[in-house]
Write a protein that binds this ligand. Structure first.
Ligand code: CAP
Ligand code: MG
Length: 412
């Protein structure tokens, strides 16, 4: 039986003909063997030589191990390995991020990055709104967006929920959203909540302030489009999808359906199971790239090493993947920095992100001693200070709400 080698080290790989993946590999095996095991499992091979593999199949469809580093490998998968209907994420993921994670012989493995050829990128449409579209809806051309997550994350009935949104808008916030665990519980049915929030947003608009609230429609795959349609008809101005629990295709089906005419806010709850271990899983970067391909308009990317969720300066790659307009043919995605945010850290986040960002605080608004409106004012003031390059403690001298927030939570 013929044995085949998947090693093509240092060869020129045409980026238009391959999907190129960078993996981090922790293994007792020699790196070359580990890399070949991955390339085989994910393309034409298996754990042993097989009589059914021939030169033609191997040459056309075999993955190529292109680079090996101390603990990294680069593997290129021929475009032909992907389903004809290439704009379909499930099959792509099962090639580049499938069985390989379970290979007993390898140890730990992490997909760090992925590069798709133009022919595949063009099968996806990207965001319908993106940064520009969301800014236009909000009449907020330059300043960072500033939002809240209604807290407590579950339990408020529709009226109190909508009152929270109204107060947040009165305090100057441009955005608010449902929390990831809230969809359609009996204490807050989605129809009643959407209608009550729509009334609050209309009232704010009639008083001169434009605001968006993302209604969480994360539900079963066969019901998500219908639910999105319904919440739109009840007045939703934005919808939210938990992309890991619902799947990338949920984002895509919503973004590509012509009946959906509102931006899609993409939450990433459960991503930590894949992204947190620096040696195993899938880093946020490929997730960000695929969300953008599928049409997410805003995406949580972490707080660039500052907030309550684990994260580090590598989050910058995720930010770049939202904003990069050179390598991808889509609109940009609004990066959302959320998780343990409060006024005293807004300046540091904006320093790291720039102004094209949506900064959000749940506890950092609802925990303000003066209540939601003052909490929202303090967050808005912190954003204004950063936008005007004024140190936050300086700005707080004339802004009481901000001063109280700094007293309570401090500053970093
Ligand atoms: C923030 C949040 C978000 C996190 C998730 C929460 O609330 O609503 O779900 O931002 O993390 O429940 O934690 P707080 P990430 O402002 O009260 O922390 O954005 O990193 O996906
Ligand atoms: Mg949350």
């Amino acid at each position: 039986m013929k044995t085949y080698s998947y090693l093509h080290l240092g060869e020129d790989i045409d980026p238009d003909s391959f999907v190129i993946c960078d993996y981090r590999v922790t293994t007792e095996m020699p790196m070359e063997k580990a890399a070949e095991a991955i390339a085989a499992e994910q393309s034409t091979g298996t754990w042993t030589g097989i009589t059914t593999l021939n030169d033609d199949v191997f040459e056309k469809y075999g993955a190529r191990v292109n680079k090996i580093g101390k603990d990294t490998v680069r593997i290129a998968y021929p475009v032909a390995d992907f389903s004809l209907e290439v704009g379909a994420v499930p099959q792509i993921l099962s090639v580049i991020a499938g069985n390989l994670f379970g290979l007993e012989s390898i140890g730990k493995l992490r997909l760090e990055d992925v590069f798709f050829p133009k022919s595949m990128l063009k099968e996806f449409k990207g965001p319908k709104f993106g940064i520009e579209g969301i800014r236009k809806e909000l009449d907020r051309p330059k300043k960072p967006l500033v939002g809240t997550i209604v807290k407590p994350k579950i339990g408020l009935p529709p009226k109190e929920f909508a009152d929270y949104v109204y107060e947040a808008g009165k305090g100057g916030l441009t955005n608010s959203k449902d929390d990831e665990t809230l969809v359609d519980q009996t204490f807050c049915p989605i129809e009643d909540r959407t209608v009550a929030v729509a009334e609050a947003l209309d009232r704010l608009e009639s008083e001169g302030h434009k605001m968006m609230h993302a209604i969480n429609i994360s539900t079963a795959g066969h019901k998500i489009l219908e639910l999105a349609d319904k919440v739109q008809s009840w007045g939703a101005r934005e919808i939210m999808v938990d992309v890991i629990t619902c799947g990338f295709s949920a984002v895509q089906v919503l973004a590509e359906d012509p009946s959906i005419k509102v931006p899609i806010h993409v939450h990433r709850t459960m991503h930590g199971a894949m992204t947190r271990d620096p040696l195993h899983g899938i880093s946020m970067l490929p997730i960000t790239k695929i969300v953008r391909m599928c049409g997410g308009d805003a995406l949580h990317i972490g707080t660039l090493g500052v907030g309550k969720m684990s994260g580090d300066p590598r989050d910058h790659h995720n930010l770049d993947a939202c904003l990069d307009d050179i390598t991808v043919p889509y609109r940009t995605v609004m990066p959302v920095c959320s998780g343990g945010v409060y006024p005293g850290i807004v300046g540091r986040i904006i320093e790291a992100s720039g102004f094209d960002v949506q900064i959000q605080a749940g506890g950092g608004v609802a925990g303000h001693p003066g209540g939601v409106m003052k909490g929202a004012m303090a967050m808005s003031q912190a954003v204004d200070a950063a936008f005007e390059h004024i140190p936050v403690e300086e700005y707080a001298k004339d802004h009481e709400e901000l001063r109280i927030a700094l007293e309570k939570w401090g500053q970093r």
